[in-house]
Design a protein around this ligand. Structure first.
Ligand code: NAP
Ligand code: GDP
Length: 362
């Protein structure tokens, strides 16, 4: 061996030893980079779980023409095709793939009164697991802010009115949806826990009943407005009556999906408390189910005097869940809600125009 070879071997061994020494640190750095948000400073990468649902599609519509979104944000709208959020590995793979700086978590097992009554176990388990996976991934992948979605139907059943954000845990929810309600309530608990223990910025919105284009128009499994819209469409085709399930007396507040979408985007950008915020029309805009059904009948071109009847064998569910939107009004005094008749007409028109592809299954 000549001198050069010896020097070469020595250098090789030195380099090898050096690499071996630093390899764990290099590996750690690469892993850290792979698991950190991908946005350039000042730009947000916003990932919306449940991006193909009623609210997700509303957000897609709202941000399409929003200069702040075009200039400073990249939006990713997920469907279940991107991965099953009930599965931890698939959830991690989604976070690794998109590396969001911000997450709006809408994905959920969602349904109306009758689906909630029938599948309490599935509503509890799927939601609790999905929420746990998404929240833990937001911590692990260093997401800067998570906004999750609760609902006014998770509030206590026996309560005083109006209900506000401080009352989420003040008593059991209505029995008809206790699986869904307890799963959703845990999001609020964990928002505070993650904030205290890990310094994560996590919060939640509490919408009332939502309706709009891209809703789930399943008659058996969906909510009241899309269910009535589908039933009114059928009544028109067959000449039968539009049947309101239950007495029509329960009271509800409704928010048009694109109004909720605009407010949710504002929460993601500007609302920084871990405590939830109710996103709802005012108490004065609460309506009886009967009046909602008449609005749907009218918007669908049915004669409201002769073509509407009741099926009293069906449940009324919770009588009311009147929510107070004072916190929202204080922060967004400028916000104008879509009048209900206009929102219903738009939803009916959307369903008629998209009948072939609209969600109508269970
Ligand atoms: P939706 O129309 O039923 O859409 C549900 C979305 O979640 C879809 O994008 C669906 O993806 C996705 N999803 C469901 N299971 C999933 C899974 N295992 N893995 C991945 N994705 C999954 O729901 P929405 O009405 O927009 O509701 C949005 C949020 O608002 C939910 O958190 C809901 O609890 C809350 N909320 C709704 C109402 C209401 O009246 N609708 C009222 C209050 C609160 P696919 O399209 O691929 O199936
Ligand atoms: P909730 O607000 O969580 O109870 O859920 P829904 O959106 O399913 O609304 C349920 C209320 O609407 C109950 O009072 C039902 O009796 C009444 N309702 C009347 N017709 C229908 C219908 O076609 N579908 C549904 N889901 N509810 C209906």
């Amino acid at each position: 061996m000549n001198k050069n070879t010896v020097l070469g071997v020595a250098a090789g061994v030195g380099l090898g030893l050096g690499l071996a020494m630093y390899l764990p640190a290099i590996k750690r750095k690469v892993q850290e980079l792979l698991e950190s948000p991908r946005g350039v400073p000042g730009k947000r990468v916003v990932m919306v779980t449940g991006g193909t649902g009623l609210v997700g599609k509303g957000i897609e519509t709202v941000v399409k023409d929003d200069p702040e979104a075009t200039d400073n944000e990249e939006w990713v709208f997920l469907s279940s095709q991107h991965g099953n959020l009930v599965d931890r590995e698939e959830t991690e793979a989604i976070f690794r793939r998109f590396r969001p700086t911000h997450v709006i978590h809408l994905a959920a097992r969602v349904g109306g009164l009758f689906a909630n009554q029938k599948y309490k176990v599935e509503f509890y388990r799927e939601n609790v697991i999905m929420n746990d996976n998404v929240m833990e991934c937001c911590r692990k992948f260093k997401v800067q802010k998570l906004v999750s979605c609760l609902s006014t139907c998770i509030f206590p059943d026996q309560t005083t009115y109006p209900i506000d954000e401080t009352m989420v845990h003040n008593g059991p929810p209505h029995t008809s949806n206790e699986g869904y309600a307890y799963a959703k309530r845990m999001i609020d608990v964990l928002n505070r826990c993650y904030s205290e223990e890990y310094g994560c910025k996590m919060t939640s919105i509490i919408p009332t009943n939502i309706y709009g284009p891209h809703d789930n128009f399943s008659i058996d499994g969906g909510h009241v407005i899309p269910g009535l819209i589908h039933k009114a469409w059928k009544a028109k085709q067959t000449g039968e009556n539009l049947t309101i399930w239950g007495s029509g007396k329960p009271l509800r507040q409704f928010i048009y999906s694109e109004d909720l979408a605009a407010l949710t985007v504002w929460v993601m950008r500007s609302y920084d408390e871990p405590e939830p915020i109710i996103l709802s029309v005012g108490e004065e805009d609460e309506v009886a189910i009967k009046d909602v059904a008449l609005m749907v009948a009218e918007a669908s071109g049915l004669d409201v005097d002769s073509r509407v009847n009741y099926d009293l064998s069906k449940s009324d569910g919770q009588y009311k869940k009147t929510a107070c939107n004072d916190k929202l009004k204080k922060l967004r005094p400028d916000f104008k809600f879509t009048p209900m008749r206009e929102g219903i007409q738009k939803s009916v028109d959307w369903f008629h125009a998209n009948y072939a592809t609209a969600r109508k299954g269970h």
